[in-house]
Design a protein. Structure first.
Length: 318
């Protein structure tokens, strides 16, 4: 065996198996550090040392990259959920992963917009408390449902403010009102107008993606929109909802008088937000997620492993 090869093997074993630093190897073998460095590099080039990156069971890097490339996203986070067919479990566990992304990505001074619902509520449940960060938290749209429950937008904002040093901007109005005239009147109020302006200037927003399934929180009891309105939306191609805006399979707005009755972030303004984080998964939301991705208004997607696989399959079957 060539003496240099033998030396490469010896140095490599000392470095990778015994854990010695290049300085320690240099002192042990009385060889200069630059020579030790070259020997290690050459050992890798010649295949004496092979470096592999272990793929842990929970790693979905390949799936994430495939989805990101297929739909032009800035980032995709895929997580395994314990029961991909359970709406409640998917929402709860995706919310926990969204909290990780929130803690990782939200920066001091950011204006952060949030919506409502079970997934966003779960995200807040899992946020890390910190007072080293100061942010402004804004409600993306007016309130929906019972203001006292944890899923309500104002309650979600309040809970975030208890965990993170925050300036709070609430939307003091219903999310959808009964008439276009009522919406115009409310939007003329200086407090509501200021809240809408604050939302429009958000640096990052966190929102779920809704489906038009009968069991969907937005439509199941007709307290927010009626079954007649849902029927009309479906007949006119609506397959998903984002921040109360209904869109078709191509991510295009399905315009109706509902759109003019919304108090909150406008459809065009959604597209102007620097980073839109969508959190959604489960078989009943696959179509709605794909529509949102085709619409180009989502920058970051957080989803479950089964939905991710379906998104890749569908992108390859085009």
């Amino acid at each position: 065996m060539d003496d240099r090869i033998r030396l490469m093997i010896n140095v490599s074993k000392l470095h990778y198996e015994d854990g010695l630093t290049q300085k320690e190897i240099s002192e042990k073998l009385r060889i200069s550090r630059p020579t030790i460095s070259r020997l290690i590099k050459d050992a890798i080039k010649l295949g004496i040392v092979e470096i592999t990156i272990a793929e842990f069971e929970e790693s979905y890097n390949d799936l994430e990259k495939q989805i990101s490339d297929a739909y032009g996203l800035e980032e995709v986070i895929v997580t395994r959920v314990s029961d991909a067919d359970s709406r409640e479990i998917v929402s709860r566990e995706l919310g926990a992963k969204a909290a990780y992304y929130f803690n990782r990505s939200v920066q001091n001074g950011d204006v952060v917009g949030v919506t409502w619902g079970t997934t966003i509520s779960s995200m807040v449940d899992n946020l890390k408390a910190t007072k080293s960060l100061h942010i402004t938290v804004v409600q993306l749209m007016g309130g929906l449902g019972d203001p006292a429950v944890s899923l309500h937008g104002t309650e979600i904002i309040r809970r975030i403010s208890l965990l993170i040093d925050s300036t709070v901007r609430l939307m003091p109005a219903p999310g959808i009102v009964d008439s276009i005239e009522a919406a115009q009147f409310l939007k003329s109020d200086k407090h509501i107008s200021a809240a809408i302006d604050a939302v429009t200037n958000a640096d990052i927003i966190f929102a779920g993606i809704g489906s038009l399934a009968q069991e969907a929180l937005l439509i199941k009891d007709e307290s927010i929109i009626s079954q007649e309105e849902v029927k009309w939306l479906r007949e006119n191609g609506a397959i998903g909802e984002f921040a109360l805006h209904f869109y078709d399979k191509n991510g295009k707005l399905v315009d109706s008088d509902i759109e003019q009755r919304i108090i909150g972030l406008g459809w065009e303004e959604v597209k102007g937000i620097d980073r839109v984080v969508a959190i959604a998964g489960g078989p009943e939301k696959t179509e709605a997620i794909i529509g949102a991705l085709h619409g180009g208004f989502v920058d970051v997607l957080i989803t479950d492993h089964q939905t991710a696989k379906k998104l890749v399959e569908l992108s390859q079957s085009k």
